[in-house]
Ligand binder design. Sequence first.
Ligand SMILES: [Ca+2]
Ligand SMILES: [Ca+2]
Length: 558
Amino acid sequence: MKVLGMFKAWRTHIAIITLICSTSLAVEFAGGTGEPNDPYQIATAEQLIDLGEDPNLYDKHFILVNDIDLDPNLPGRKVFDKAVIAPNTGVMEGWFQRTPFSGVFNGNGHTIANLACNSTDQMEMEVGLFGWVADPNAEIKNLGLIDPHVYAEGLFCAGSLVGFFCGTLRNCYAEGGTVTGRDGYVGGLAGDNRGRMVGCYSTGTVAGDSYVGGLVGGNYGRIVNCYSTSSVTGRLDVGGLVGYNNHTITNCYSTGAVDGDENVGGLVGRTMGTGRGHGSAEINCFWNVETSGQTQSAGGTGLTTTEMQMASTFLDAGWDFVDETINGPNDIWKMPPYQGYPLLAWQEVPARAELVAHWRFDETSGDVAEDSAGDNHAALHRTEWAEGKIGGAVQLNGFNAYVDCGDSVALGPEQMALAMWLEPRHMGGVRYIVSRAKKENIDDIDYTITRDLTGEIEFVAAQLDLGPVSVLSKAITPLREWSHLAVCLDGSEASIYINGRLDSSTNYSQRVPRQGYRLVISSHQGSTRFYNGKIDDVRIYNGPLSEDDILSLANPDM
Ligand SMILES: [Ca+2]
Ligand SMILES: [Ca+2]
């Protein structure tokens, strides 16, 4: 309680505002005057960092006009040792020196990637992209953080987006990344919320000591229409959405794994209860008892995964969805186009890749392998049937056996994923696992996957105007063991996944679906460098798969 007593003491005093002697505007923005109708335009990492270094600007209006990458390895970036914007600037006569951010920051649908904040000063408070946002008129909206990494050694308030928040936070999110605090008030998006958070979500990993939550560590404000899939670990007052709740949480859910010692809850670790002029409450909120590992919560209703992925669960609770009017016209939530949890209506959902071809090799006899997803049934040449990873497999002799999957254009989509199991035997030298090439000119390839003598995998893919790109795996596919292999082309990167984990990737420019190319398994067009061993469960999707999707393909028993 000593710690909390100190906390209250410094919270209830007005911080001394740092005096800034200079009044000149040193920052060159991409445009704007900082007024509400003409916000400063931020187009570069340098402009964002410059804003953070000039407290004179903290009451102005800003709009992002580009996605920004704060990767500390890029020129002009760094690992920050305190919040980027509105940090503490030191302690004077026992009080923290800080200027609150009181302006408006509109992310404009853009993202800030790879924030790296490593605060190792025990006297440092309020760590995140923003540190101290403490004004009822302050607003942060329409901003996404991608893979933020925030560490705070100090006593209070660590979040990816903001350490301490009072104001309005709308339609913001943090995807991936980590927020780690040595002490209390640690949240996936905000450490300490005393304002309004509306339509926000977080998906990363959160760890702290006390008041630790997937979205918010300690809540003294209103949280409405938000969710968290973050996994959370802590000691005291630990929750999937909020660690400690002292106000109101409405229409929210959480699904992340939650682990802690005392006051641990699937949705909320501890609720203050009524008193202090208001009652704290969790209204129409849900958590997943299966994925959280928690059957208890200080608030909300615990449900199974199946129940959490049914629209009726939320519609019955009065949540305002698109395509319905009974619960309201504001259309805040939607169900994803595939199986899953509700999403915020403003979220862009990439189209789910569809399975366009699937050779299971479960036939056990005959010389045709059925395509169970499409009609590209494959002709088997000198192969044998064998026991596979899932049911049967095709056995190749490394000498003259191959599988001809035909020349359908569907087998070479512009964006794609190709996945399979393989159990190689000794071959000597580079051998083709698959090739898609011109039959009459086998140097004219669309894509190939090869395995070299020591087991590395190489994926080569044609580009539109440039030569083909190549990705080589670091991991190997050992002899006489089943390995899961997947390759992805996602529109900008060519990637290899080994056993469900991203292994290697490289940029590529552009590709188009190519007519007249033939897909052959285990050889280059059935004429050379034949693969020896088994192959099972070959799948082609017409778009990239997420790492989670690939991981579940690689773990069929899970
Ligand atoms: Ca509606
Ligand atoms: Ca099979």
